[in-house]
Design a binder for this molecule. Structure first.
Ligand SMILES: NC(=O)c1ccc[n+]([C@@H]2O[C@H](COP(=O)([O-])OP(=O)(O)OC[C@H]3O[C@@H](n4cnc5c(N)ncnc54)[C@H](OP(=O)(O)O)[C@@H]3O)[C@@H](O)[C@H]2O)c1
Length: 344
């Protein structure tokens, strides 16, 4: 496996500046509320490292934490009245420049990727347990596109759906961040993959390995004319009864997410009803929340290194355009993933 760049000699701790550039906000609001600031560097705590950020990912989760919508995310520990973490961004690829107490897995100078806190900045902290070494031959921009979306797709297919070779898998939202990884990983697991996306992104979804692509504006992928062993639902917010119609009698539905729910819960009711309904029918319907595990980021590193999965990076923007790219993502103007290039 080609996953490490650690040398035998520990790298000297670099001289760090006192301040850094960061994209931050004090109030929840539209992406335009994010602004470039000069801020002090964060300090790594127990089990954390400080990274010099090379590239940072843009994902739906960052949109939810920027807007504070649905309100449920605020009470989930991110700050009820205002964001606890003012700096935006979670996905990160960079170089370890300092270690917090108790970190043994990484050394100063290691190039890593994973999930951090406040990654839209020159420096960010991350828990060592949520990082992996960046594979040789994978750029920081590619690596930064992977963690949250890739982890979600991997765990939804492998752990929640337990996809087997030869199964028919339908990915709703196949052109999105999670969907672009789900199509590739399902195909890599030997499934026959159908993707649902807008017509403009059909060729893109096919290029990821989908055997066919269904345009949600013109065709109904859930009319029951084709039944799927597994449906990975990341877009469209279809009701359970419609989703069940397209499942085989023993099929599995994994509800990852979907936008345009109500402002309070985001339409989480589907996720609550799904396991209850599963008790009374032969199909399995399961809500899904990804787990931020470094071990699975290592798995994704291996898949990237082997060429089984690629980061489908649509565009790379500089730090001062991160908020605009986030707004573009929310408006459906990104194909796969957008990434922020942080280091000069
Ligand atoms: N449960 C978890 O742990 C977890 C983790 C990560 C994300 N999520 C959630 O999962 C969802 C997807 O995340 P993402 O990062 O992939 O978002 P994204 O990049 O914005 O992708 C959204 C996808 O939904 C598609 N879509 C829009 N309307 C649709 C419709 N009517 N029918 C079918 N597909 C439709 C879009 O297609 P076009 O662009 O082609 O229109 C796009 O492919 C979000 O709600 C996010 O919050 C949950």
């Amino acid at each position: 496996m080609t996953t490490t760049t650690t040398s035998n000699q520990p790298a000297a701790t670099p001289q760090l500046p006192e301040t850094m550039r960061a994209v931050a906000h004090d109030e929840y609001g539209a992406p335009e509320t994010l602004e470039m600031r000069t801020m002090p560097l964060p300090a790594p705590g127990e089990g954390e490292v400080l990274l010099a950020v090379e590239a940072a990912g843009i994902d739906r989760g960052t949109w939810h934490l920027t807007t504070g919508l649905p309100y449920a995310v605020r009470v989930a520990g991110f700050g009820v009245r205002r964001p606890k973490q003012p700096v935006a961004g979670m996905d990160v690829a960079g170089t370890v420049v300092a270690l917090g107490p108790g970190v043994t897995r990484f050394a100063v100078g290691d190039t890593v990727f994973g999930i951090g806190s406040g990654s839209w900045a020159d420096y960010a902290v991350a828990k060592a347990a949520k990082l992996a070494h960046r594979p040789a031959g994978i750029t920081a921009e590619q690596a930064a596109a992977v963690p949250i979306s890739g982890l979600t797709a991997l765990q939804a297919l492998r752990d929640a759906a337990k996809v087997q070779p030869g199964q028919r898998v339908l990915v709703l939202g196949a052109s999105g961040g999670v969907g672009s990884f789900a199509v590739q990983i399902a195909a890599h697991l030997g499934a026959i993959v159908s993707g649902v996306a807008s017509a403009a992104k059909a060729d893109f979804v096919r290029s990821l390995g989908a055997a066919d692509v269904i345009d949600y504006a013109r065709e109904d992928a859930l009319d029951g004319s084709v039944r799927y062993d597994v449906i990975i639902d990341t877009g469209g917010r279809n009701p359970l009864r419609r989703l069940r119609r397209a499942l085989t009698p023993k099929g599995t539905l994994v509800i990852v997410g979907g936008e345009d729910g109500n402002r309070i819960t985001g339409g989480f009711g589907r996720q609550l009803r799904a396991p209850l309904l599963s008790l009374f029918v032969s199909q399995r319907m399961t809500p899904f929340v990804s787990k931020e595990r470094g071990g699975d980021i290592e798995v994704l590193a291996g898949m990237l290194a082997a060429g089984h999965v690629r980061a489908a990076v649509d565009r790379v923007v500089p730090l001062d355009q991160a908020a605009t790219a986030l707004a573009d993502l929310a408006e459906g103007r990104v194909r796969g993933k957008a990434v922020v290039r942080v280091a000069a």
